[in-house]
Design a protein around this ligand. Structure first.
Ligand SMILES: C[S@@+](CC[C@H](N)C(=O)[O-])C[C@H]1O[C@@H](n2cnc3c(N)ncnc32)[C@H](O)[C@@H]1O
Length: 382
């Protein structure tokens, strides 16, 4: 049941041109960004259709769901649909975009095309598009976003895409270096695209990220402990922070080894990838005593009050976790409780992952779920 070439061709995606953007309520400067998505979209479409033609319906469904989720995310990043309200002091979104962002859950999966060996090597990064979604809602262009547990710089990339400035600290030297490198790579990719496309661009039309050309002082990424972030911020004369978004280590959960079927951890070991963030004492992921970990989280986030603007929002991305004994630890709820002296807990978003490997843990006797959602807790400096 193979498709002929002529059938296949009906999925060929043409290039998008600038004129059509406006009539579809898309930002004029999103052209390059949208065009970059075409090869991956084309590949996923073809591969989904191939699965369908071979009656592998579940694999086809998975691929088409991925396409649908990515398109939704692109729409929210690129659409204009009206104007930003002149009294909007929180973000640059139009009313419709604002409304869409208020839904309390979203599905985001990392795109295979975005995953470099360094990203693969980090045990727990989030997709830049997830951070970009929240950064667009909780800050305006040109404002300062802070990620104290920066990892390999997903937040920095999101800031680049959304034209925010970024301050971050990361305790693992390799990760911090890659986070810096990531911005340099994005920068040079953008410059190359700009010069390659310069003939076809009208005067003054910019690619999605051009505002950051040669403005590396807008990315302050440090190898350092989050406990010293306030000092680093002061010494570096960084302006007050408008929005904090971060995902700290989920307690010591990376050290948990599960027996039985092949776990993600076992597969990482076999592939020679990092199993844990580091062996450093300062790494919060290496604190075994739960209350000590919570105490340090409280202290660290309390110190950030000094560098946040009044009423700034703080987002902590975290999960409830299940150590080896199978008893759930309500880590997300406990962190919410720890932060409540310094911040008001405003809301929770639920980030769902739809493309993750499903492990068959308790089968056929015990209930063990695959936890493919995270809490994005929204606090506000009071
Ligand atoms: C969940 S990961 C964050 C990943 C990041 N969101 C990304 O997408 O790359 C937590 C990170 O916190 C770092 N970390 C642990 N303890 C730290 C500390 N005391 N100060 C700064 N970073 C720390 C770890 O090395 C790890 O990269």
């Amino acid at each position: 049941m193979m498709m002929t070439n002529s059938r296949k061709n009906c999925f060929f995606l043409p290039k998008i041109d600038e004129k059509s953007l406006e009539s579809h309520n898309l930002r004029p400067n999103s052209l390059d960004f949208l065009q970059q998505q075409i090869p991956e979209l084309q590949e996923s479409l073809e591969s989904g259709c191939k699965d369908f033609s071979q009656l592998d319906l579940s694999s086809a469904a998975k691929k088409f769901r991925r396409i649908a989720n990515n398109l939704k995310m692109l729409e929210s990043l690129c659409s204009t649909e009206g104007k930003c309200h002149p009294k909007n002091i929180l973000n640059d979104l139009t009313g419709k975009q604002w409304l869409r962002h208020t839904k309390s859950w979203l599905i985001v999966d990392g795109k295979p095309g975005e995953i470099s060996p360094e990203i693969k090597n980090h045990p727990a990064s989030f997709p830049p598009s997830l951070a970009a979604y929240f950064i667009e809602y909780f800050s305006k262009k040109g404002q300062w976003v802070f990620d104290p547990f920066m990892g390999i710089g997903s937040t920095a990339e999101a800031c680049f895409l959304t034209q925010r400035n970024c301050f971050g600290t990361e305790i693992n030297l390799d990760y911090a270096q890659y986070a810096q490198e990531r911005i340099i790579q994005l920068q040079s990719k953008t410059s190359m695209n700009n010069s390659a496309n310069s003939d076809s661009l009208s005067p003054g039309s910019l690619s999605f990220q051009t505002l950051h050309s040669n403005e590396f002082d807008k990315f302050k990424i440090f190898h350092g402990d989050a406990r010293t972030a306030v000092k680093i911020w002061k010494d570096s004369k960084i302006p007050a922070i408008d929005f904090l978004i971060t995902s700290p280590p989920y307690w010591n959960i990376l050290h948990t080894k599960r027996g039985g079927v092949k776990s993600v951890l076992k597969r990482r070991v076999e592939a020679g990838l990092d199993e844990v963030y580091s062996d450093l004492d300062g790494d919060l992921g290496n604190i075994n005593e739960y209350n000590k970990y919570l105490g340090q989280i409280k202290e660290i986030f309390s110190s950030f009050r000094l560098i946040l603007k009044p009423k700034a929002y703080v987002m902590v991305i975290i999960q409830n976790v299940r150590p080896k004994d199978g008893i759930m630890v309500p880590l997300a709820w406990d962190i919410a409780a720890q932060l409540k002296e310094d911040y008001l807990l405003r809301q929770e978003f639920i980030w769902c992952q739809d493309q993750k490997f499903l492990g068959i843990w308790g089968y056929p006797s015990t209930y063990v779920s695959n936890v493919h959602h995270h809490y994005c807790l929204v606090f506000q400096k009071n």
